[in-house]
Design a protein around this ligand. Structure first.
Ligand SMILES: [Ca+2]
Length: 277
């Protein structure tokens, strides 16, 4: 479908060149190479699962700098974070932009395409919708909920499976209300799930130890039938990795209520996990 229609556009562009020189120069002299990695890209139908991340690229292989517009479209089963990527393109320089692809929970495994086009140039990227993986950590990829999220951070960062404090910027969460507490971070579960152990990682790296940047005073809570109850309180904490165990119970939510952090600024959580035992 895409190929013939693009050819038609290319053929039509030639006569237009006489009428609209500015457009014609760009389309006849400039060739834009489109790239996308990885291929195929995999998507898991969970709200916070770390998947469906594509890096788009445009390289102007013509002799003159130009401005290019990449059009991005896909099967309606896929939700795209953008439908256009526009950029000034110097010659022979790769210009990149991220594209996030998500699918609703319950979407059946299948392969679809994302179609990328710049003028006459195009690229089809296969998107493989995976089955939801079996998970010991029942919070992994589920819907995160927070009192606020700092603009540089991702709400899903605390349930993305990445517990590495060194990758804090890419995979952690912190609130947006500096010096104002409490802050809450947690997960809504779709249905009651039995858990008996919660593992919490606050920021704790060589550069940013928990004793300086981690959360200090906080309550770990679970929700059953709409009511939150505290399973453990921490006060004066200076440790990065914390485990809370309790008599297993069915819960539909887990959260951490932070009353203070060691820098008295932000509440930083790298990962929140929950297990059956
Ligand atoms: Ca994380």
């Amino acid at each position: 479908m895409l190929r013939p229609s693009l050819r038609r556009t290319a053929v039509l562009a030639a006569p237009l060149a006489l009428l609209v020189p500015a457009v014609a120069v760009a389309s006849s002299n400039n060739h834009v190479e489109i790239s996308a990695t990885p291929q195929p890209v995999e998507v898991v139908p969970l709200p916070c699962f770390p998947s469906g991340k594509l890096t788009l690229g445009m390289t102007n292989t013509g002799r003159k700098a130009t401005i290019a517009d990449m059009r991005i479209s896909a099967d309606p089963a896929l939700t795209l974070s953008r439908h256009q990527f526009s950029s000034y393109l110097p010659t022979n320089q790769l210009v990149k932009a991220p594209l996030e692809i998500t699918v609703p929970r319950g979407t059946a495994p299948a392969t679809h395409d994302v179609d990328l086009s710049v003028g006459r140039d195009y690229l089809k990227v296969p998107v493989v919708i995976q089955p939801v993986p079996a998970r010991d950590n029942v919070l992994l990829g589920e819907q995160a909920v927070a009192s606020s999220t700092n603009g540089d951070m991702k709400l899903c960062g605390g349930v993305d499976g990445n517990t590495d404090s060194a990758q804090w910027g890419a995979s952690g969460w912190h609130d947006a209300t500096k010096g104002v507490f409490p802050d809450t971070y947690g997960v809504d579960l779709l249905q009651p799930t039995t858990i008996g152990r919660i593992v919490l990682q606050t920021l704790d790296s060589a550069k940013y130890p928990a004793s300086v940047m981690g959360i200090r005073d906080f309550d770990v809570q679970v929700r059953s039938n709409g009511v939150w109850s505290t399973v453990q309180e921490f006060r004066g904490n200076v440790t990065g990795l914390l485990t809370v165990t309790f008599a297993p119970r069915a819960v539909d939510g887990v959260q951490v209520v932070v009353h203070d952090s060691n820098d008295h600024g932000y509440s930083r959580i790298i990962e929140l996990e929950a297990y059956g035992n």
